[in-house]
Design a protein around this ligand. Structure first.
Ligand code: HGY
Ligand code: MN
Ligand code: MN
Length: 399
């Protein structure tokens, strides 16, 4: 089946009627359906599918072995996400394998399609959780204790999904097999439409992290409490939202976003007791991100004090800037006839793997430039071009 047909096949899985778009999160029903779908589709291509100790799916063409050529992406989404972020890399990999099989090609080295778990961190809050666990770049105990919005832990969810959370952690055997990892991904931003090219080669990923501000005040009655008698945590929370925008706008290339803010108890006629605010901050490197977050944190503590509230700040995830393997990047660019090279502000599992294996990325044109929203899009012919480019590159790299 072609990448376009495979995307159509999962188009109904995990639709979010309330938000629009898709909500497919680690070990929830929709993601479980996608795991079953992937296993079935990969099986039809004669690939041997195994799930590693961290919930990542590996579909092997031939026996697993060293110096493997691995391609893939993720199937989970952000809440209310688009149809392409993640799945495009997976369906393109299946399409590419089928293309190579149909022409009678036999890979010169082990080849696998890899589907990472919880790349978006949409349920347990840490992005690239599957690749971070695989590489040991997150402490397994910390991972097991991560909580979802309902307060359930990753360990509990894993057990319900049939996994043994005790086994979470660096997987030396699986990691050592990867010689090259190549991730195809829908473009997130408007580079290719302006360049008039369907496919680009990834060059860098900017530094980015997530921080949680927890404000505590005094819950009370919205009508019976005079303004002078309040300790309303929503006030410093609002200051953080505005400060993130104001401060990041002053730093060349920096981005700071508050997309998630949760008051408790969350009643219309109730002054909140606590408000949690999640900050997503990104910039070219640590020397830009850290001062940016420090300045926002300063605003948070001053605003909390002024309102008689308390604030706690926790860093939930961080990754420095990453440059993909330069030789592979140049080889891909040349092989693809001088395809443009694009940096990205989005994080990817390929960036987590970069210190451990030769990694690269391909991007497929997204005419809207929008991602993490239902408007995310790629034309069928560009999806087909991306899958063909991936097949050509896999044939080239595995001979
Ligand atoms: O947040 C990101 O950049 C990625 O989509 N996980
Ligand atoms: Mn994403
Ligand atoms: Mn993605």
């Amino acid at each position: 089946m072609s990448a376009v047909e495979l995307l159509a096949e999962i188009a109904g899985v995990g639709r979010d009627r309330a938000r629009g778009g898709y909500s497919r999160h680690l070990f929830d029903r929709a993601e479980g359906e996608l795991r079953t779908w992937f296993t079935e589709r990969a099986g039809r291509l004669g690939l041997d599918v195994e799930t590693d100790r961290n919930g990542n799916l590996w579909a092997w063409w031939g026996a697993p072995g060293p110096d493997a050529l691995v391609t893939g992406s993720h199937l989970d989404s952000v809440p209310g996400g688009g149809a392409f972020d993640g799945p495009l890399g997976v369906v393109s990999a299946l399409d590419a394998v089928e293309t190579l099989q149909k022409e009678g090609f036999r890979p010169g080295k082990p080849l696998a399609v890899l589907v990472f778990a919880e790349e978006e961190g949409g349920r347990f809050g840490v992005p690239c959780l599957g690749s971070r666990l695989l590489t040991g770049s997150i402490d397994a105990d910390r991972a097991r204790a991560l909580r979802d919005p309902d307060g359930g832990t990753l360990a509990e969810a894993a057990v319900r999904a049939g996994f043994d959370p005790v086994r979470f952690g660096r997987d030396e055997e699986a990691l050592s097999r990867i010689g090259t990892f190549l991730e195809l991904h829908v473009e997130q931003g408007r580079g290719l439409i302006d360049l008039g090219a369907p496919v680009a080669v990834g060059s860098t990923v900017i530094a980015h992290g997530r921080w949680r501000f927890s404000f505590t005040g005094q819950g009370n009655h919205a009508g019976a409490t005079l303004m002078s008698d309040r300790h309303d945590p929503m006030i410093p929370a609002a200051e953080v939202v505005a400060a993130a925008h104001r401060i990041a706008s002053r730093v060349e290339g920096a981005r700071a976003t508050v997309g998630r803010l949760v008051p408790k108890p969350g009643g219309t006629n109730v002054i909140a007791s606590t408000v949690d605010v999640w900050l997503d901050a990104r910039a070219s490197g640590d020397d830009q991100v850290r001062p940016l977050v420090d300045e926002i944190a300063h605003v948070a503590s001053e605003a909390a004090a002024a309102e008689g509230c308390v604030v706690k700040l926790a860093e939930e995830s961080y990754g420095g800037s990453v440059a993909f393997d330069a030789n592979l990047r140049d080889e891909l660019t040349n092989f693809l006839g001088g395809a443009p090279e694009l940096p990205t502000g989005a994080g990817h599992d390929a960036a987590i793997l970069a210190p451990y294996a030769r990694t690269g990325m391909l991007y497929v044109r997204n005419p809207t430039g929008i991602s993490h929203a239902p408007e995310e899009f790629a034309e069928d012919e560009d999806v087909a071009r991306g899958a063909r480019a991936l097949a050509d590159v896999l044939r080239h790299l595995s001979t």
